[in-house]
Structures are given as C-alpha cells and as structure tokens.
Design a protein around this ligand. Structure first.
Ligand code: ATP
Length: 503
C-alpha cells in the first residue's frame, strides 16, 4: 500500500498532474500546484459534481460567494470559539500531531488486522467460506473489532466533553508512538484554532481583522434569503457552491489528502423542520450513488456514522474511501439543523425565514449539507485508477484508468508516420473534434510507445491515422483499458466519442 502511494505521488508529477508549490525555491510544505493534466482532471471532477447537483436538480441552484466574509460570520458560525483541533507534541522529535488522528490511525490498524484475518480465512476455506459467520464468531476478529470500537468511542466521548487529559491518557494507554521516531514521550493535548487570519485595509490602525473562510458553507447561509427571494425558490431547495477554503491544519500530510488551501464542493439543502432526517437519508444515498456512478469499485466506499457530532449537527455521516493509506473520510453529509441560520439571525438582527404557503407559516429552515473536498476526490480517483498491469506476453504496462468522463484528454490523434500526408489528416481530425473534446496530437516515437505514454497519462482513446486512411477514410480507435482496436470511419468519430464520454 505504501509503495502504491509513493507511485501515485511520483506518477502525478511525471505526467503533469501535481507539482510541489514554488518548487524552484525548494517548495512550500504541504502546498501543491495542479499541472496541465491536473487542472483538467480537477475541472472535470468539479463539472461532473456541478452537473449532477445543479443541472440535474430543478430545485438546486448555484452560488459563487467570496472567500472574505464579514468577521462576525465566524463568530456566528461557531468557528471563532469551536473550530479547534486537539494537538499534541512529541517532546523528543519536537513533531506536532493531531491527537485524534493518531488515535484514528491506531484504530484503523486494528481494522486492517481484522481484515487480514478475514482474507486469510477466505483463502483457506475457499468457496465454503461464510464471511458473516466468521466475523461474528472468530475470537481474533471479534477482539480487534471490539477494541477498535472501544477506542473510537472513548475518544469521541472525551473530545465531546473537552476532556483533553483523557485524550492524552488514551494515547499513553494504547502505547501510541511518534510514527516517525517511535518515541512515546508526549506533551499534554491542547486545542488549536484552524482559521487563517488576515487583514483588510492599508493602515495598521484602520485595518479590519478578517479570516480566510474555512468552509464555503457560510457564504451560502448568509445569501439564503437573497437566493430564495430572487430565485423564487420553494422549500425544499438547495444552493450549491464550489470554491477555495483554508485551514491551518496542524499536520498537513498524505499529499493532497489534507491541505491548508483546498477546494470544497458543498450543497446546503433547506427543508421543513422535522423533515431533516428524511432528507439526510436521501442525500446519503444520493451522494453514495454519485460516487458509485464513476465505477471505481463499490468495495472502496463505506459509510461512517458519527457518534461525536459537531456543535451544529443532529446527524452526520462520512462517506469513506479506500485511499492508499486505508479508509478515510472523502465526503461528509450533515444534518445541520437550524443552527447556522438561527445564529446568523441572532448576530445580524435580520430575519432569515421562509414563508411556507402550504403551511401558512414562517420558519427558519433546517439544513442538510453535503460537503466534499475536490482535492480529496482527485486523490481518490487518481490513486484508484493507477495500475501496473501484467500483460499476456509477460510485460507490464502502467495505465491510469481514469473514468473517461473525467480524463483530461479524451483522445490522442496519432499519425503512424511523420510523412506521406498522415500528419495533415491527423490535424484535420483534431480540428473537427476540438470543439467538443479535449484532444491531443502526438507524432513522436513508434506508435506502441505512444500508446503506452497515453495509457500512463490516462487518455481513454487513441486514434491512429495510417496509409490505408488515405484510401478508406477510416482510422483505428484503441481503447485504453481493453487495448482493443477497431477500424472506424473518420466521419463517425465524433458520435463514437460522444457515446463513450458524455455525461
Ligand atoms: P477531517 O476530519 O479529515 O479534518 P473534516 O471532518 O474537518 O475533515 P469537513 O469540515 O466535514 O471535514 O469538510 C468537508 C470535506 O472537505 C471533507 O470531507 C474533506 O473532503 C474536505 N476537507 C476538509 N479538510 C480538508 C483539508 N485540510 N484538505 C483537503 N480537503 C479537506
């Protein structure tokens, strides 16, 4: 697994997906830039989300609010007082960690041990294996699972009660060591606010203290009535937004999984009070189906229902994904009650209510939110798509099996040779296709090498122009995943690509 993660990082760089930020100055820790292919993949993920959420739902509309917001916003939302992470330092290594993440990693290792036992038994018993019976009777699996649950429950309880001494006690009792040095010499656990502060205004005396938004959601809440009134929206309805968010994460690590500057795709769905749990279930299911639609494998997703709820929620679940370092949160679905709108009413003195004609009454709506990190989604898609594949002839190929709808370049057009008029035909095909698809031209090296290059870059189709093309107006289209080649008419290319790639 670790090896695969290293490959993901180096492959992302080699193929123009992700670079370290300001590399010529030796980089900036945990900050990344998206290269020519990364920018396209990111945009395609964002568009895929936007289409599914906004275009496909008559009662969901978009918004693009500012990163800067009035500072009272963050008082009202609770971020000034409660947006903290429990932090712990190792006295020997002087390294800083999130106490909850250390404990979660410990719990995930227990889970992996249980999974290993299951996999071993599966191998041993073959077809006769009954997984359900095994996991409910095998003493080792039961012990691992039980300990995992106990640990996570105790952590959740202590964090909820802000009993930081118990969080430290738990770390010590479990014998958790500094992952880098193995030292168990820990400081106390402290709370640390994650918001980035900045200043607006030229002179020191008149400048206003601002925060960079730590989530996009608040831009939606403060615009709730603007959108509802001007869009004549009726409850239930949603507002969707994508954009940058900033968190001064204590430990930004695991590549683009946890960043200090990242992008969110959030949707707040406003509902009648009392109907929120129904909608919460609806959005849990709808969002999971969105993920499954990309075909990255059902077994790579699971729900994690929260026991410890944030100060604003009455139900919350994560969709977790099987990242190269184990199952971790990819998306959150939260039933946020009327906490945010009520808090903004109280702090602004303005009513944020909806008049429900059917009920003939006004109320502050309840909110169900779906919130996903675009960069985290990028990592999920990219790491799951990267494969080293053994071929029938014994050789291996590196292939990035990105879902075609997300791939940066949809087709590469390759003249078999650089002469005899083939490049000109290839160029003409590009000129026809480029209005609808992002296509690329490649004439360097033997065609086999070019196929491999496109496989590794994630291009789902290669279209090859050869000498026969000059006679029969046909080209060969090769599928990245099956490596099958088919002869098709140039005039049919656009239709074929549309069939394979359209939303
Ligand atoms: P975590 O527990 O991993 O810190 P969170 O529960 O604080 O995440 P939310 O506040 O629910 O996360 O944010 C919603 C989504 O935004 C997350 O599911 C994740 O995909 C993304 N996200 C949050 N923090 C980061 C980050 N530092 N870098 C990248 N993506 C992030």
């Amino acid at each position: 697994q670790e090896d695969h993660f290293k490959k993901v990082i180096s492959h992302a760089k080699e193929y123009g997906y992700i670079f370290g930020s300001s590399e010529i100055y030796d980089g900036l820790s945990a900050v990344y830039d998206y290269g020519q292919n990364g920018a396209e993949l990111k945009k395609n993920i964002r568009d895929y989300w936007w289409k599914s959420m906004v275009q496909m739902h008559e009662n969901i509309v978009g918004l693009d609010a500012s990163i800067f917001m009035h500072p009272t916003t963050w008082k009202a939302s609770g971020h000034v007082d409660a947006f903290n992470d429990p932090l712990i330092d190792n006295k020997d290594s002087k390294k800083r960690y999130r106490a909850d993440v250390l404990i979660e990693d410990y719990a995930e290792k227990l889970n992996q041990k249980a999974e290993k036992e299951i996999a071993k038994a599966k191998k041993r018993f073959g077809d006769a294996f009954n997984e359900e019976e095994f996991v409910t009777t095998n003493p080792r699996v039961l012990r691992y699972r039980e300990e995992q649950e106990t640990v996570l429950k105790r952590m959740a309880r202590s964090l909820e009660a802000e009993d930081l001494a118990d969080v430290k006690a738990l770390i010590e009792e479990l014998g958790i060591a500094d992952p880098d040095t193995g030292s168990k010499n820990w400081t106390d656990v402290r709370q640390f606010n994650l918001m980035f502060g900045t200043k607006l205004g030229a002179s020191a005396e008149t400048a206003t203290d601002l925060y960079l938004r730590p989530e996009t959601a608040q831009g939606i809440f403060v615009n709730f009535l603007n959108v509802q009134k001007t869009g004549r929206m009726k409850i239930p309805f949603g507002i969707a937004q994508t954009g940058k968010a900033f968190r001064n994460e204590i430990v930004a690590r695991q590549f683009i999984f946890r960043m200090r500057e990242f992008e969110q795709m959030e949707m707040q769905f406003f509902v009648r009070p009392g109907e929120e749990l129904k909608w919460y279930e609806h959005w849990k299911e709808t969002r999971l189906n969105w993920h499954l639609s990309l075909g990255l494998g059902k077994e790579n997703y699971r729900f994690h229902d929260h026991e410890k709820l944030a100060h604003y929620a009455n139900a919350a679940a994560d969709i977790e994904f099987n990242f190269p370092f184990g199952f971790k949160e990819l998306e959150g679905i939260h039933s946020r009650t009327d906490f945010d709108l009520k808090a903004h009413e109280a702090h602004s003195g303005k009513k944020l209510q909806f008049f429900d004609h059917e009920l003939n009454e006004s109320y502050v709506p309840y909110v169900v939110e779906t919130s996903i990190g675009l960069d985290r989604m990028f990592l999920a898609v990219f790491s799951q798509s990267l494969e080293e594949e053994e071929l029938e002839n014994g050789s291996t190929r590196t292939v990035l099996k990105l879902p075609a709808i997300l791939a940066p370049v949809k087709a590469a057009i390759l003249p078999l040779v650089k002469k005899d008029g083939l490049p000109e035909v290839a160029q003409k095909i590009i000129d026809d296709l480029k209005y609808d698809f992002n296509v690329a031209y490649d004439e360097k090296d033997a065609v086999g090498r070019r196929y491999r290059r496109q496989d590794a870059a994630g291009t789902p189709f290669c279209i090859t122009v050869d000498h026969d093309t000059l006679e029969d107006e046909c080209v060969t289209i090769r599928d990245r995943d099956t490596m099958e080649q088919k002869r098709v008419k140039i005039s049919e290319l656009s239709t074929i690509l549309h069939q394979k790639i359209d939303f």
